[in-house]
Ligand binder design. Structure first.
Ligand code: ATP
Length: 313
């Protein structure tokens, strides 16, 4: 069996009375992108600070490529490229100058530094803009450069803490494309997010975290299978959607009924068989239905099912 790029076992961390991370264990294989998906305050940042050795765990162990990590273990730390949420770049320097600066901090110089900066610029898709000042970059380009700074020392594990928070949708797309290419290049990636779509699209496996606990993990398919034979029904309609959701929620077989993104969304056993009942309820409620879709549940539904709360508040 290959040694995992990362193995975290029984991690625990308290801040005073507050349990931030509670017995969290997971592994990330080389070349795998593993997502920690959970709402704000779930314990994602604390978990990765423990993994990086930036914070001392109350209990548990972290191995990176088989070696223990801790505040006093600099060697294993060099295997990690950690990219925090905050952008840490010099706006009046170019992309290349920024990378050269961070590369020197890692002890690179001369030809190896130039070579590595060139490689990283390629990897993050910014070769064309290498000579431009960072202040002229879009939010997404700055994020990608920030990620690039974490790749200069050729880590085997890249850790990204919510890298798309606060960027516009187009830039978000570009950041996600970069991340997809890292997995393809053989890098192990630990990715935290509270966006279900990102976890679904980018991650080979996802760990669902809530109140400091890893409540489930697996591939998207494995996680969705935990819902059994349930379907997601989305009703696009005009009228009082809140009342429609409430009434549908009373039908036998319906687990949840919510109004989301201007639609009524139901999670139900054997959704197709329920459709006539749902349409009848709509008619009685005076809601006119424009379209109905029945499909497989997504990770949002899995999160709701496991925790009883929505991923986004
Ligand atoms: N230094 C600290 N001192 C006290 N409490 C803390 C500290 N850091 C985190 N916490 C608490 O631990 C819990 C987990 O926080 P954490 O930042 O790990 O969550 P998160 O999932 O990363 O959320 P976010 O995306 O909002 O950062 C929260 O209740 C938070 O308030």
């Amino acid at each position: 069996m290959t040694t995992p790029a990362l193995s975290a076992a029984h991690l625990g961390k308290r801040f005073g009375d507050r349990v931030a991370v509670d017995d969290v264990s997971f592994t990330v294989a080389p070349g795998e992108t593993y997502g920690l998906l959970g709402p704000n305050g779930a314990g994602k940042t604390t978990t990765i600070r423990l993994v990086c050795g930036l914070l001392r765990a109350d209990r548990g162990e972290v191995l990176v490529a088989g070696s223990p990590v801790g505040p006093t273990r600099p060697d294993a730390k060099r295997q990690i490229g950690y990219v925090p949420q905050e952008i840490a770049l010099y706006p009046d320097l170019s992309a290349r100058e920024n990378l050269r600066f961070f590369g020197r901090l890692y002890g690179l110089q001369g030809k190896p530094l130039n070579h590595r900066v060139g490689k990283v610029l390629e990897l993050i898709g910014l070769t064309d803009r290498a000579g431009d000042r960072v202040e002229s970059f879009s939010g997404g380009m700055q994020r990608r450069l920030n990620i690039g700074a974490g790749l200069l020392h050729e880590p085997s594990l890249l850790i990204l803490d919510e890298p798309t928070v606060g960027v516009d949708p187009q830039s978000r797309h570009a950041v996600m494309e970069s991340v997809q290419s890292f997995g393809a290049a053989g890098l192990a990636v630990l990715y935290t997010t509270h966006y279900m779509e990102e976890a679904e699209r980018l991650c080979d496996r996802v760990g669902i975290i809530d109140h400091g606990r890893l409540v489930a993990e697996g591939t998207r398919r494995q996680l969705v299978a935990r819902l059994g034979e349930r379907d997601r029904i989305s009703l696009s309609a005009t009228g009082d959607l809140a009342v429609l959701a409430e009434k549908c929620g009373l039908l036998a077989g319906v687990d949840r009924a919510d109004v989301k993104d201007g639609e009524v969304q139901l999670l139900a056993c054997e959704g197709r068989r329920l459709l006539p009942d749902v349409l009848e309820v709509a008619e009685r409620t005076g809601v006119s239905v424009r379209s109905v879709e029945v499909d497989e549940p997504d990770l949002e539904a899995v999160f709701l099912h496991l925790t009883g709360t929505a991923l986004r508040e």
